[in-house]
Design a protein around this ligand. Structure first.
Ligand code: KIV
Length: 274
């Protein structure tokens, strides 16, 4: 008789309970094999719309569609059993109205089986965060550098460099937290401001290029594994997989060209034992 191993997924209240307790470990993830590798080591996996750039070679995230997010969300859910999976709402899928956002987010939840969605923006999306949270869709916020606003911001720029900018960004954090977001990503934010916001709001802040004092951290997995030749400056590399893959492919190409590739022997040995 085979034993059935059931692993309960991390829940939204469990992530919220990390506040003032222990750091939340998060990474982005876009496909099943890597989801399996990450699953026992992270609390939360984000199927980020950064997949447009990382997986699909786009220049920015604006061309990412809801269907792309659902396809990758399904893959990550199939590859994982433990971590809480959050899927990003792509540009154009939630800004119009809370009702449109609900319909699209419900599709993401129903078709992927993920637990929650993430949306970029502060005060301007607070009403939508409340609308979804009150109707059963947990929302993760995302403020500071919000890549979907790249055309308005004129590039990927650290937010809150001058103290004059702080009140508006703090107001964004408070608005999204009070509307019901269960955690908030602080991306590309001046360190003292990220620390201040982390102290001011009641839900975990998840930093990326913000501060080590945030309640958790997230990185794009391909950046920290060394697969991106030009990662953002703040990224610490934990592996050098880009050069490792190239070395392996070079060795494989040599074997094939020298006819040293062992596939043929395997076929014969299979025939013998048949
Ligand atoms: O899309 C993404 O990967 C993100 C993270 C960088 C937070 O939003």
């Amino acid at each position: 008789m085979s034993a059935v191993v059931e692993t309960k997924r991390v829940t939204v209240p469990e992530i919220r309970a990390h506040k003032n307790a222990k750091p939340v470990v998060c990474l982005t993830c876009y496909h099943a094999h890597t989801a399996r590798l990450l699953d026992n080591h992270v609390d939360l996996m984000l199927v980020g719309d950064s997949l447009g750039m990382v997986m699909h070679g786009m220049d920015n995230t604006l061309g990412v569609t809801l269907d792309m997010m659902i396809t990758h969300g399904k893959a990550v859910m199939r590859g994982s059993r433990h971590a809480l999976v959050v899927v990003d709402m792509p540009f154009g899928s939630y800004e119009e109205s809370p009702q449109v956002a609900f319909r699209n987010a419900a599709r993401v939840i129903q078709e992927t089986g993920c637990t929650a969605v993430k949306m970029e923006g502060g005060k301007r999306i607070a009403e939508t965060v409340r609308y979804l949270s009150e109707r059963g869709i947990p929302v993760m916020g995302h403020i500071g550098l919000t890549p979907q606003m790249i055309q308005v911001m004129g590039g990927f720029k650290t937010q809150g460099r001058t103290e004059a900018e702080w009140p508006a960004i703090e107001a964004d954090a408070k608005a999204v937290a009070e509307a019901g977001a269960f955690a908030i990503v602080l991306e590309g934010m001046a360190e003292p401001l990220a620390v201040k916001i982390t102290r001011e709001i009641q839900v975990p802040t998840i930093g990326i290029g913000a501060s080590a004092e945030c309640d958790g951290q997230i990185l794009v997995m391909e950046d920290m594994l060394g697969l991106n030749p030009n990662p953002p400056k703040f990224v610490r590399r934990y592996a050098n997989l880009g050069p490792d893959i190239e070395t392996a492919v070079k060795a494989y190409a040599k074997d094939v060209r020298e006819r040293a590739f062992p596939g043929k022997e395997n076929v014969y040995s299979m025939k013998k034992t048949a």
